[in-house]
Design a binder for this molecule. Sequence first.
Ligand SMILES: CCCCCCCCCC/C=C\CCCC(=O)SCCNC(=O)CCNC(=O)[C@H](O)C(C)(C)COP(=O)(O)OP(=O)(O)OC[C@H]1O[C@@H](n2cnc3c(N)ncnc32)[C@H](O)[C@@H]1OP(=O)(O)O
Ligand SMILES: Cc1cc2nc3c(=O)[nH]c(=O)nc-3n(C[C@H](O)[C@H](O)[C@H](O)COP(=O)(O)OP(=O)(O)OC[C@H]3O[C@@H](n4cnc5c(N)ncnc54)[C@H](O)[C@@H]3O)c2cc1C
Length: 627
Amino acid sequence: MAGFDDLASERSKAQFDVEEMKVIWAGSRHTLEVSDRISRLVANDPVFRKDTRTMLSRKDLFKNTLRKAAHAWKRIIELRLSEEEAAELRFYVDEPAFMDLHWGMFIPTIKGQGTEEQQQKWLPLAYKMKIIGCYAQTELGHGSNVQGLETTATFDPQTDEFIIHSPTLTSSKWWPGGLGKVSTHAVVYGRLIIDSKDYGVNGFIVQLRSLDDHLPLPGITIGDIGMKFGSGAYNTMDNGVLRFDHVRIPRDQMLMRVSQVTREGKLVQSNVPWQLVYGTMVYVRQKIVSDASCALSRAVCIATRYSAVRRQFGLQSNGIETQVIDYKTQQSRLFPLLASAYAFRFVGEWLKWLYMDVNQRLQASDFSTLPEAHACTAGLKSLTTSATADGIEECRKLCGGHGYLCSSGLPELFAVYIPACTYEGDNIVLLLQVARFLIKTVSQLGSGKEPVGTTVYMGRVEQLMQCHCAVQKGFLELSADLVQAAVAHCQLIVVSKFIEKLQQDIPGKGVKGQLEALCNIYALFILHKHLGDFLSTGCITPKQASLANAQLRSLYSQVRPNAIALVDAFNYTDHYLSSVLGRYDGNVYPKLYEEAWKDPLNDSVVPDGYQEYIQPILKQQLRNARL
Ligand SMILES: CCCCCCCCCC/C=C\CCCC(=O)SCCNC(=O)CCNC(=O)[C@H](O)C(C)(C)COP(=O)(O)OP(=O)(O)OC[C@H]1O[C@@H](n2cnc3c(N)ncnc32)[C@H](O)[C@@H]1OP(=O)(O)O
Ligand SMILES: Cc1cc2nc3c(=O)[nH]c(=O)nc-3n(C[C@H](O)[C@H](O)[C@H](O)COP(=O)(O)OP(=O)(O)OC[C@H]3O[C@@H](n4cnc5c(N)ncnc54)[C@H](O)[C@@H]3O)c2cc1C
């Protein structure tokens, strides 16, 4: 069987221990065991099938998502899964749903911004799913500009309550995931008003729906904001709209770790930086970086396996055409994405450590690394999601026409993934935050602080900052060129963390060698892509640029025999890949043909509508022809 033999032959060429590479990719033997076991549990459960998603109406699609979420929760309880195993199960169910925001934002917000008492009250309810929460920050009129939010939370000293209100149409909460049809509660971000004075944006826990009949509570208008990009895709998520008409909540439902409002209506600032109100966004951004490595590796796995199965032109002496993965143009498009997937995996590991380190420091009232954590999570979220969105589209193109079929898995992966460039912070807005951080850092460099990083990459950042760094008044005046410096800074971090990964103990025959090749491919690919920066800032000479290009091409040849094994190391099930082109067995053509007939359009040989619309035309033509 052609495809199967091709992939079997490719696997026999591997020059490294794939099982050890699986451990490196997973992060540890324990994590590999958990993800392997849970991914197969999901793959073997018919409730979690994904192949019909693009054929369902929005209402049927959403109802099926609720069915899957309920079944997932049931399995978590039945099997007594740990928090880690439950998160893996939600990940491999692979369907954006309210659970992501309940576990990924609502609970972390209460943990990060609630007092001990508030955590003791609300977390048990949330962990046991007695309430379902979402994160309601963005409004119809404001998303990036958090300080521009209009929802008000006015303290009423007569009743010891906050009055939550939507004063304008643009103050309607708009986009929060899980809000439209499912969540019973929300963390709502609004302007704290005490005695007519505006104290800026804070978080408030607000119940939205009755726990008895799920109807919206008095003063609450709530619904879904409508269909989003692509069929299936993110339409399994009920992104919602929410308006308040003077809804009253107890004073103790304002999240008060950062600021407290006393019974007398006095605002007391605690000793933590007010920016902790933004803390959930830092947490989610570091998660999104890891998600980027998953999404990109998934697309690369599909495109790499298909590129080894697909043969086109180049008839060889044995009468067989050439595998498209052997074309240098295919390699120059595909292998940098393979290298990027590994690079993002390792920078995501580091970012997770940085986030945990910042949190531990916060416990000790050490806020010194919070600005760097914000800049790194913002910048790396921006860099990795933009590269991943572009990379998934490139993988679709690498698969030719069949990449455009839903059965390839790539169109839906693209449609689900691309909002990552916008949610949790628009990517340009976040790069401007990095630029601000760099300006402040450069201004402090005079104090003898030396930047650290790989020379050529570091030089590029420094030079770009020198070129573009003017005294900026505020966020809005930052020049577009500074965004370039911000990107350069983030690419420096990615390369540096890949190099640091290689300095760790890496067991397994040939494993370190493959990672070194991928690290060099990533670094040289970025150098090639931004050659203008490196040359214009004098970081490299034209001769060096040409040597770098030659080295890059030679590295592609080094990776070529290992490409299939390198994507096998992601250890993805066919269920998770959900792609005829990316099947582990390479049995592409028979399965493509089989999938075609499953389309409802093929339920009848003569299509519905023929008699009404087509036959009259043909008959008329027939009559005309006889005249
Ligand atoms: C199953 C498990 C799942 C796990 C989770 C995975 C989830 C993956 C799928 C998720 C799907 C969807 C989720 C999407 C959810 C959302 O989209 S929530 C809404 C997100 N919204 C945003 O990100 C808004 C973006 N805007 C901002 O962040 C701020 O408004 C911005 C920083 C742009 C501007 O802040 P301002 O306060 O208006 O002004 P500045 O002067 O720039 O900042 C003031 C100072 O504060 C510092 N700062 C800013 N942000 C942060 C932060 N996040 N943390 C720490 N510090 C911050 C900034 O540096 C300034 O400091 P300085 O004065 O310079 O010292
Ligand atoms: C699928 C999805 C899920 C979401 N889930 C949630 C959720 O659960 N909870 C929640 O609260 N929100 C959620 N959001 C909203 C999301 O956080 C916002 O869309 C995001 O923060 C961007 O804000 P915005 O849409 O207002 O865009 P805007 O800020 O209006 O940006 C529009 C354009 O203007 C540019 N721009 C804006 N400001 C500047 C500036 N200062 N300088 C230069 N350019 C600028 C931007 O780069 C962008 O190109 C979700 C969004 C999506 C798409």
